[in-house]
Design a binder for this molecule. Sequence first.
Ligand SMILES: [Ca+2]
Ligand SMILES: [Ca+2]
Length: 214
Amino acid sequence: MKRYSILAVIVLFVLCFLKPNSSYGEENRIKINQIIENFESVGEWGTTSQFFNKPTISFDCSKEQVHDGSSSGKISYENLALKKEWIAKGRKVGYIGVSLKKEIPGIVTEISLWVYGNEGGEGLLLRIDDAYRETYICSAGKINWQGWKYCTFEITSKAYHYTISSDAIKNDRVDYPLFGNMDILLDGLTEGMSGIVYLDNLTATTLVTPADIE
Ligand SMILES: [Ca+2]
Ligand SMILES: [Ca+2]
């Protein structure tokens, strides 16, 4: 009996070494940060305002508050006015935002940026499409601070997600590369609100293998 026990231990020991380590690939990956927008110009950006009249919203390059380089991106909204069709539907709250179309290569685990807030209480959201146009909304909390703060959106299948376009595939996981429809949104805004938020150094954190960077 004892001989069988020893044999079992030896077999288990050998199996442990032979068993392929399925997580080896992930453990072997390292994170790198790449700046995808430094807001030295905002020519490729547009504004989005599904709920509010657009003339009250602007996005410009600014030297008023700068974290890196010589300018930041300045979101300015003034005396927000809900569109008539949304008032008719009884809506009282909405979001505005700034948009960029840019494919982000690699396995992106986080998107981060510096945000200069004025304690406006805006909900800070990132809306981004994956490779199959499954749309994810990631939150970085409310802008309840004054000055610069580094904010991070975790790109995860646990984030709220949905599909709209007919060529989208909803499979409840983040597929790469991220498609490139990216919006930074200020949420929880109501009629008559005004505010200014500055953005700098939008950064993607990507998982790579050592071979990728050789
Ligand atoms: Ca800058
Ligand atoms: Ca997906």
